[in-house]
Design a protein around this ligand. Structure first.
Ligand code: ZN
Length: 173
């Protein structure tokens, strides 16, 4: 197992539609194992194969219970609800933007042996399903951002201001 280099926005591999996986062999397993290591080292929530330069329909998503789901040839079956929040991406380091997503998503995919399964999740994991599967079609979250992108420092300042407003509001009551 080894980590792979995460490519960044501007690299044309991130704008390409990825090919379906047809061989569930050792090469795929090595890619998956490397993606686990890469995700862990980057402290990310999800990772798609094109982010390590492999144009195959493979991604990892952290489920609500903390375990990492391997998704091969995934598709979104159903979504529900709505959530809004700041979103980031390991291929767009240090920048975050406000993105609206469904609050629940159900996906169908194959596991590393080719067996089909369904998974559903809420909150951050539902957001992650949508984000990672969009990577496989060559799309980045930045295309969905409302307003502009913010740096981590700006985000901290926005959060601090919101907490201060909340604190003052509470005092008045
Ligand atoms: Zn991403």
């Amino acid at each position: 197992m080894a980590t792979r280099t995460i490519i960044e926005q501007g690299d044309e591999a991130l704008a390409k539609r990825c090919h379906p996986v047809t061989n569930f062999d050792e090469r795929l397993w090595e890619l998956l194992d490397d993606m686990h290591d890469t995700l862990e080292e980057a402290h990310g929530y999800g990772l798609a194969a094109p982010q390590v330069g492999i144009l195959r329909r493979v991604c990892l998503v952290t489920a609500s219970d903390g375990h990492i789901i391997e998704l091969i040839n995934p598709e979104i079956l159903e979504t529900a609800g709505e959530q809004e929040g700041y979103e980031g991406c390991l291929s767009v380091p240090g920048l975050y933007g406000w993105v609206k997503r469904p609050d629940w998503a159900k996906v169908r995919a194959q596991d590393r042996n080719g067996t089909f399964f369904e998974a559903e999740d809420v909150g951050m994991s539902a957001r992650c399903f949508c984000h990672e599967i969009e990577h496989l079609d060559g799309h980045l979250f930045t295309e969905r951002v409302q307003g502009r992108l913010y740096t981590e420092e700006e985000l901290d300042a926005i959060q601090a201001a919101a907490e201060e407003k909340e604190r003052k509001g509470r005092k008045k009551r």
